[in-house]
Design a protein around this ligand. Sequence first.
Ligand code: NAD
Length: 344
Amino acid sequence: MARIRVAVNGFGTIGKRVAEAILKQPDMELVGVVKTKPDYVAKYAVSSGIPLYAPSDRLGAFKEKGIQVEGSLEDLLKKVDVVVDATPGGVGKEYKPIYERFGVKAIFQGGEKPEVAEVSFNTLCNYEEALGKKSVRVVSCNTTGLLRSICSLSKVAKIKKVRATIVRRASDPKEVKRGPINAIVPNPAKLPSHHAVDVKTVLPSLDIATTAVVVPTTLMHVHIVFAELEEGVTRDDVVSILEQTPRILLADAGLGLASTADLVEYARDLGRKRYDIPELVIWLDSVTVLGGREVVWMQAVHQESIVVPENIDAIRAVMEAAKSAEETIRITDRTLGLMNGRVP
Ligand code: NAD
């Protein structure tokens, strides 16, 4: 079968990771990436053998800097089946009409409003809803983390309601202009935070409320989650389902994986490129069942990489190249070296 021809528009934090993940897929071809700035990242793409394109009004800027481009965004769109839009939040919607004009299916990111796409997406929760769609929105990093654990837990018992607090990283490591550098900021002070709203774009009937604060760190987000269930469960039931769920890692704080810094150090020890942790990490020690029907846990989300596997699955979904979540997860997780179960 012919490989799926894919373009990536935007080669920043998410775009470069998704592009490199596409290169590892046996059923996909990365035809090119689009960058607006002729900077060191553009040179990195070219030196990695990734065909580089630019918006037509930016071609001159690349020429001036002596960086080789293969053509314009429009030239690239003529050659592909799917585009992954990884432009900054809110910019993707500006490109939507162009993708439609070229008859190219589009995968958008969580920084876009849900209306940008036909469906908001998480592989473990609603893969089948994205099959054959023209456009799909992979929800944000925090929402992806919440959905992975919630959809896993929903396999042991029906969930009555979820209450969670999101402790957000202030910025990605490369962002030098964002703060806070010495404060904890309610985000926002008025409840709920947008995360609950975003979870409901995938699970509309779930009773969920979230609060959030931003803290001065760049490594990862942390969530503290309380879920009330319709039926009684044991801690073993919960741990067992989390252990079996792909893309969820159970970390033992008692063995030293006691903070986001320890998790990042572990990813470095594993030789993970850019210390990426696309798995959702749940602290095993934190998993508690209160009164039989309330489950509590703490989880860590590596914002820069957690959405990468879902982007790959979304490409297969829109092209109907994998008929089920299990089928795409098998390929994505093997090729990206994703783990599940207990670590280390
Ligand atoms: P980024 O700023 O790191 O990268 C954006 C890329 O798009 C850069 O290469 C930039 O040069 C390019 N760009 C800027 N304007 C453009 C334009 N008009 N046309 C084409 N390209 C343009 O952003 P990011 O962090 O990778 O975020 C991309 C999307 O992913 C956003 O929707 C964001 O909300 C979402 N997201 C980000 C994170 C994260 O933590 N960084 C996590 C999950 C989802």
